[in-house]
Structures are given as C-alpha cells and as structure tokens.
Design a protein around this ligand. Structure first.
Ligand code: SF4
Length: 323
C-alpha cells in the first residue's frame, strides 16, 4: 500500500480515524467534557411494556460514574460531576450533560422537558447527549429535540448493539434492526445529531459477519459510533449463560481485538465519528475474561499505533454500496 500523507485525511487532521473529541473541539472552539446524569428513568425492557429483566448484558450500575446518583436533582449531579472532573480536565471549557442510565426518552414529554431544561440551565452546560432505545423516540419527542437543537447542542444516542436480528433476539433487546434504522432515519430527517453503539464478540457470529456491520452501520444516517468488546458483567442474565455454557463464548484477546478494530475501521465510512473503542467496567463487576489492567485510553493508543504500523486509516476499504 502506498504511504498515506496525513493531510489527506478527510476529517482535516493527522489522526488515522475520525475522532469525535476532535470534532467537538473544532466545532465549539474548546474542549468539551461529558458529565453523566441519572434522572431516574426506567426502561421498557425492564418495566414489562416490552419485557422484563432487560437486555442480557445490562447492569447499569457497572457503567455509572460514582458521582452520578439517581435523583431528580439534575443540577446537583452536574455540579458534582464538574467537581469530580475538575482535577483531570482543568482545561475543559464547557460541558455536555449526558443522560446515560436506562432509556432517557422513556417518559411523558412534560417530564422530559423538565429534566432536559434543568440540565441546560446549569452554568457551563452547552448541550445534551441523550442515551435511549430506538423504540423510545416517537415523532413528538423527535420534534421537541429538533426544537431544542436550534439553540443547543443535542446528540441522541440510540444503542443498537448488533445489526443482526438473531443477535438482538438473543440479547433480549425487544426490538429489531428495522426499528433502529427507522429511528435513525426519522431523527436525521429533523437534522438531529445521532450516535450508536455496537458490541463486538457476540456469540454465534463469524468474524466476517461482525466486520460486515461496519458497512451496515455506514449505511445509516448516524454521526457517531462507540465500539465495546463483549464483557460479562455480574448480576446479569449473560453471567448466568456464561457460567452455564462458557464454551459458547469467544472472547477477543487484546492484540486480536486491536487488529479487529483496525479491520473494522477500514470498512467504516469516514463520515462517522468514533467516540469510543472499548468498554471499561470496574473490575468488581467483571465476571468473565477481560483485557487485564489496561485502560481504554491505552487501548486507543494501541489502535492508533496499529493503524500507523499497517499504514491504513478509517474508510480505507469503505465502499458505499449499501445506501
Ligand atoms: S441496556 Fe438499555 S435497553 Fe437494555 S435493559 Fe438496559 S437500560 Fe434497557
């Protein structure tokens, strides 16, 4: 392969993937820090309206930062979040309130308005990132978010986890891929910024099937992507399945994962901004094999190094043949 001139990357910097953090800094002119808030929402896959028990991998406690406690007082959580991050991100100019736990559009519109407005009124908050399910965004909610987006930065994060219906069924997601596609299309029609997540390493998928998801995701009108390696989190249905039939799981080794992510990036549209490459649940929540004591920022460095070594970049093999 011919050597790549860094300035040729379409996202306008020398990194070999399209980094969401760089995009946000460029767009706003300063570093942006996300602050998680837990507004006390629930999820239709837990309260019985879609199902009980939730997705097989889900234990929200494993992903909630320690400063983030379920309470209606959004402003207090955000102020605590600012203090928590102050030592590490002294240069963070502004913040985005990240409604992370459970399904943050699953409530009457008036409740959503109250919580979102409370966050936007906190000093330094320039916008919202709202995590939810693709089946929890009706027209009324999307219209309201589009209205908010006229004055604030609004990013709607709808987890897909897999592009394959049989994997979604196995995960007990309670929705199919067509529902996800429809949600992204309806959000895009309103000009909303959207993001999604995928879990890599799900049982029953070949390497090629996993890689093919890069092209499927690229065919959606989605702006950002988070990749997570499969983790077995304590107190989940997945833990039970793993303990009963460990032979049905294959876990990426660290080096294998780095190469897989590079292969995936090569097939992904250069338009999609990468927000995360690996998950990092605290060790006390881990019930299966892990990458060991390695942080996600170190995994990011390894991916960047591997991209260099292989002289490749995001979108190097992207063929826009699914849209
Ligand atoms: S992962 Fe999200 S959608 Fe699934 S049960 Fe947990 S909160 Fe609900």
């Amino acid at each position: 392969m011919q050597a790549i001139e860094p300035e040729t990357f379409p996202w306008g910097n020398r990194r070999r993937f399209h980094a969401y953090s760089d995009y946000l800094k460029q767009k706003h002119g300063f570093r942006i820090q996300k602050l998680s808030v837990d507004a006390g929402f629930t999820c239709p896959n837990r309260d019985g309206s879609k199902g009980y028990g939730g997705c097989v991998f889900c234990n929200n406690e494993a992903f909630n930062p320690s400063y983030c406690r379920k309470t209606e007082d959004i402003a207090r959580q955000l102020e605590e979040g600012k203090r928590f991050h102050a030592w590490r991100y002294r240069h963070a100019g502004r913040y985005i309130a990240y409604f992370q736990s459970y399904s943050n559009t699953y409530a009457p519109l008036e409740t959503l308005k109250r919580h979102y407005t409370a966050a936007l009124e906190v000093d330094g908050i320039i916008g919202l990132a709202i995590g939810t399910r693709p089946d929890c965004v009706d027209e009324e909610i999307l219209d309201y978010l589009a209205e908010l987006a006229q004055c604030h930065f609004i990013h709607l994060e709808m987890g897909i986890e897999s592009c394959y219906d049989r994997s979604l069924q196995w995960m007990n997601r309670g929705h199919d891929f067509a529902t996800a596609r429809s949600a992204f299309e309806r959000a895009a029609k309103r000009g909303l910024s959207t993001g999604t997540h995928l879990i890599l390493g799900l049982p029953g998928l070949s390497r090629n099937q996993e890689l093919a998801q890069a092209e499927i995701i690229s065919s959606l009108p989605v702006n950002t992507l988070k990749l997570h390696q499969l983790q077995i989190i304590r107190h989940t249905e997945l833990e039970k399945q793993y303990l009963t039939r460990p032979e049905t799981f294959h876990f990426f080794g660290l080096e294998e994962y780095i190469d897989f992510v590079v292969d995936f990036l090569e097939r992904l549209s250069p338009e999609i901004k990468m927000e995360r490459f690996a998950a990092e649940a605290p060790p006390r929540f881990q019930a299966g094999p892990t990458f060991g004591h390695i942080r996600t920022d170190q995994i990011l460095q390894m991916i960047e190094k591997r991209l260099e070594e292989r002289n490749t970049y995001q979108g190097a093999c992207f063929r826009n043949n699914l849209s």
